[in-house]
Design a protein around this ligand. Structure first.
Ligand code: GTP
Ligand code: SPV
Ligand code: MN
Length: 597
């Protein structure tokens, strides 16, 4: 008798009508075969899905050029289909599940004709973890199959694990004809189902990632008492060899991957990588917050990655092992057959083709690599991989860092007074938009806990859920806010960032272990400048002070914007959040300007 899984696959095949159905086993041989298929058979227009790169300098690396309209997440085409619109909240696009399915059925009818349907069995989280989830994704393109193999734990054992169960996580994906007018990413949270058509891009197409592990998992977490967050997980080792685990939520293209693999500028300190994008957080029996990374790969922004900014990532990308490494929409050096992007070390190659396959003119303003060009690589290649990465229990978290990309206003680092205040700091976070999604870049928007595009239910309830989790923790992590992106009058970043961010992490660790005091400001606690390790940094006292400046006039405006945002969720915004908002507003209205430094 057919299992529920087999029946489901059969039903989807009846609708999408592929020529062939291929069940993946996640093996190395299979990955090679899929890459061969992508080099020889499958194409986008007349461009092969994969092109082999220089195997000497970039072992196991392959190049992929996407459809030119398909280079980033498309938030306006992403829907969360709860039966009740209010449950989805104003933070999500909403369609009734019946209507959404009807629409998707029409678009999917015969969409895999002439193609192969790949059945991908994978786990989000270590198979032995009580928090892990068994999943199946169907897709019709080798690029997605290979990417999922890098990004998740894919193996045929997952099929046995699912067995006769019906509650496995389901993803149906087709690139369709890449028509942006027929592109939709639909979520059906109660059915653990994601249905996506028209895009082959990461967050739209690797359905275990943002779609399941954040949008749907956040909804599961809300119901079951845990958190699914857009966070890196890292261990910070101090000179005595003690490791403190922290998570950090920063919006898309705001520095998570770089933070997760940071090469410490302070002697004796070391960062260990556990995850660079997603954390699932559970309250442990010990009253601490425990984090696992459901993913197994890194899907990182290429531009800006160099031996100066992120040497560990370049080492990861060049580490030859059995996992392929993919480069998507970077430039290509036609003399050496190597990928290239703005910010990479060394001279700009003479003969480049750009991410659209055209000869690149270095005197033009255009970029050779798309600003959201990316690499896909196994986390196991990373020289900084934590030995706890495969621990099914995860790691206990001592600090949560919340941040955004703010050229003005927000201090380099602030510690919240307590959990409730920390949740407020996260809830009001704003960030300037980036190329990770298709929209105007550089626009300020509220992006609470970096989850605006990923919270699969009403954000008002999400804030309440955070407050509730805090009540269950007898040893809650301290909550901090950071901002690496404040600029000077000439528009230059004041803080050197990258490896120097360890200085901020050190202060955070010192605070966690009560090694240093802090100074109170209206926004929260900031370092006594004697405790922020700045030795060896080329930064003036004035500039350092600027990083912590709190401008009351600007804050009055900011508070209005925050208020408008929090009001969107009506009475679902918790009263505790309003309490904190009121307290902060009163500080500025009563006290006038106060410098934090
Ligand atoms: P997603 O994968 O989209 O979730 O992005 P992410 O949050 O992992 O961002 P990532 O680390 O890839 O960085 C995005 C961009 O920000 C890159 O161009 C980096 O070079 C830049 N960046 C990262 N960290 C810093 C920093 O500390 N300072 C400055 N100025 N730029 C940074
Ligand atoms: C992001 O946009 O936050 C990413 C890339 O991490 S994607 O997987 O496409 O969402
Ligand atoms: Mn991300």
């Amino acid at each position: 008798m057919a299992t529920p899984l087999e029946k489901w696959v059969e039903e989807q095949a009846k609708l999408t009508k592929p020529d062939k159905i291929y069940w993946c086993d996640g093996s190395e041989d299979e990955a090679r075969r899929l890459i061969e298929i992508g080099m020889k058979e499958e194409k986008i227009g007349d461009v092969p899905i994969f092109q082999e790169l220089n195997q000497k300098s970039w072992p196991n690396a392959y190049y992929h050029r996407s459809h030119p309209t398909d280079v980033a997440r498309t938030e306006h085409l992403t829907y969360v289909c709860h039966p009740d619109k209010e449950v989805a909240g104003s933070n999500n696009n909403w369609m009734h599940p019946d209507e959404a399915k009807e629409k998707m059925r029409k678009l999917s009818d015969g969409c895999m004709k002439g193609r192969t349907m790949y059945v991908l069995p994978y786990m989000m989280g270590h198979p032995d973890s009580p928090y892990a989830k068994a999943c199946i994704q169907l897709t019709d393109v080798s690029y997605v199959a290979v990417s999922m193999r890098i990004m998740t734990r894919m193996s045929k054992e997952i099929i046995e694990k699912i067995g006769t169960r019906e509650d496995f996580v389901k993803g149906l994906h087709s690139v369709g004809d890449f028509d942006p007018n027929k592109r939709f990413i639909m979520h059906f949270p109660d059915e653990h189902l994601v249905w996506s058509i028209g895009s082959g891009y990461g967050g739209n197409a690797l359905l275990g990632k943002k779609c399941f592990s954040l949008r749907i998992a956040s909804w599961l977490g809300f119901q079951e008492g845990w958190l699914a967050e857009h966070m890196v997980i890292l261990g910070i080792e101090d000179p005595k060899g003690n490791v403190t685990y922290v998570t950090a939520a920063l919006p898309s293209a705001c520095g998570k991957t770089n933070l997760a693999m940071l090469e410490s500028a302070l002697p004796g300190y070391k960062v260990w990588t556990l995850g660079d994008d997603i954390a699932w957080l559970n309250v442990g029996p010990d009253g601490r917050l425990w984090a696992i990374n459901p993913e197994a790969g890194l899907f990182g922004v290429a531009p800006g990655t160099s031996m100066k900014t992120n040497p560990n990532m370049l080492k990861t990308l060049k580490a030859a092992n059995f996992y392929p490494t993919l480069f998507t929409n970077t430039g290509l050096d036609i003399d050496t057959n190597e990928p290239w992007w703005e910010g990479l070390d060394g001279a700009v190659p003479k003969n480049l083709i750009d991410w659209q396959g055209k000869v690149w003119d270095s005197s033009s303003n255009s970029k050779a690599a798309h600003p959201n060009s990316r690499f896909t690589v196994s986390i196991n290649n990373s020289p900084t991989l934590s030995k706890e990465f495969d621990n099914p229990k995860g790691v206990p978290i001592s600090a949560i860092i919340l941040g955004g990309r703010r050229t003005q206003l927000i201090p380099l680092v602030t510690e919240s007074f307590n959990w409730q205040h920390g949740v407020y700091l996260g809830a009001q976070t704003g960030s300037e938009t980036t190329a990770a999604a298709a929209h105007q870049v550089g626009q300020l928007r509220r992006d609470p806990m970096a989850m605006l595009p990923f919270c699969g239910y009403n954000m008002g309830n999400y804030f309440q859920h955070w407050l509730n989790i805090g009540k269950k923790l007898t040893q809650p992590p301290k909550i901090f806010s950071v901002n690496w992106f404040r600029v000077d009058d000439e528009g230059k970043f004041i803080w050197p960032g990258f490896g120097e961010n360890i200085r901020v992490l050190k202060w955070i660790v010192d605070r966690v272990h009560n090694r240093v005091k802090a100074e109170e400001t209206p926004l929260g606690l900031v370092p006594d400048m004697r405790d922020l390790e700045t030795g060896g940094l080329d930064i003036s006292k004035e500039k350092l002070a600027k990083l912590f400046e709190i401008n009351a006039e600007s804050w009055k405006q900011e508070l209005q914007d925050i208020e408008k945002f929090l009001n969107q969720f009506g009475n679902r915004t918790p009263s505790e959040i309003w309490q904190e908002h009121k307290k902060l507003s009163e500080q500025f209205n009563n006290n006038g300007e106060r410098g934090g430094a």
